[in-house]
Design a protein around this ligand. Structure first.
Ligand SMILES: O=C(CO)COP(=O)(O)O
Length: 122
C-alpha cells in the first residue's frame, strides 16, 4: 500500500469528485482511501471496486476526524474539492483541517486541477 489519501468534496463538487475517482481508480487503488461520509458514498458508487473507509459526514465531525488522522501521521495526501461560493455551517472545521494539513506539510489539493497534478505524480 502506497499510503493513505483522504477524499472530501463539498456538495457542489461531489459530481467532480466522483468523476475524478472513476478516472483515477487505478492510481487510487494503490492507496488506503478514507473519506468523509457522503463523499465516500459517492466515490464508492462511482468505483464499486475501490475500498473506501467512510468517516462521519463533514458537518458532523468528518473533517475533524481527518484532521486528527493527519496529526497522528496517518494521512499522506488530502484531496479536498471545496466550494468557495456557498456558506457552510462547519466552516471552522474546514479551516482547522486545511490548517493541520499545512502544519504537517502534507500534499493538499483544494480543487480538481491541482488534484489531477498530484495524482499524476503518484
Ligand atoms: O462537508 C464536507 C467537508 O467539509 C464533506 O462532508 P460529506 O462528504 O459528508 O458531505
Amino acid at each position: 500500500m502506497a499510503g493513505c489519501i483522504a477524499l472530501i468534496a463539498h456538495d457542489e463538487k461531489k459530481d467532480d469528485m466522483a468523476e475524478f475517482a472513476r478516472q483515477h481508480q487505478d492510481a487510487l487503488s494503490r492507496f488506503r482511501i478514507i473519506a468523509t461520509g457522503t463523499t465516500g458514498g459517492r466515490v464508492q458508487g462511482a468505483c464499486p471496486g475501490l475500498e473506501v473507509t467512510r468517516l462521519k459526514s463533514g458537518p458532523l465531525g468528518g473533517d475533524q476526524q481527518i484532521g486528527a488522522m493527519i496529526a497522528t501521521g496517518e494521512v499522506d495526501m488530502l484531496l479536498f474539492f471545496i466550494d468557495p461560493l456557498t456558506a457552510l455551517p462547519h466552516d471552522v472545521d474546514i479551516k482547522a483541517l486545511t490548517r493541520l494539513a499545512t502544519v504537517y506539510d502534507i500534499p493538499m489539493a483544494l480543487n480538481r486541477a491541482t488534484a489531477e497534478k498530484l495524482i499524476d505524480f503518484q
